[in-house]
Design a protein around this ligand. Structure first.
Ligand code: ZN
Ligand code: ZN
Length: 141
């Protein structure tokens, strides 16, 4: 799936402005562009590594990337918030549930990012912009 060859990384320039740099290895030549750069965009700091696209879309049709924070639904019911991880030894994306209707079971080990029809996801942020979403889910659970 060609979407798997898309990557992003988070940048911050001197004025404090942040944006994503996007890389598409499928384009020839490989294409790199910035999402909404500001006017100055000077002395840019790289604040994340390259994050890969899973090739999977959320329920609104948005592509899911590594480090995205997702709402997880099973059979249409909200079941938790998860963060997309990359397990390099298995070359697959996983998720970690941090909120559940069973509080004693709220820190499950990472699992394969499901693609079956019972399961759907909604992107609600990512760990760079909205890391507090994971903390607040832990506090609620
Ligand atoms: Zn700037
Ligand atoms: Zn900038």
């Amino acid at each position: 799936m060609s979407d798997r060859f898309k990557f992003r990384r988070r940048l911050r320039c001197d004025c404090g402005h942040e944006c994503w740099e996007r890389l598409d290895l499928n384009a020839t030549p490989a294409l790199s562009k910035l999402d909404e750069p500001c006017k100055c965009h000077t002395a840019v700091d790289i604040i994340s590594g390259w994050e890969q696209c899973t090739g999977i879309k959320d329920k609104n049709g948005k592509l899911i990337y590594e480090c995205d924070i997702l709402k997880l639904y099973i059979k249409g019911k909200w079941r938790g918030i998860c963060c997309v991880k990359w397990m390099h030894d298995e070359w697959m994306h996983t998720w970690q549930e941090v909120f559940d209707d069973k509080p004693e079971d709220s820190h499950r080990p990472p699992k394969k990012l499901w693609r079956n029809n019972d399961c759907s996801f909604e992107i609600i942020g990512n760990i760079h912009e909205n890391g507090n979403l994971l903390d607040s889910a832990r506090e609620q659970s």
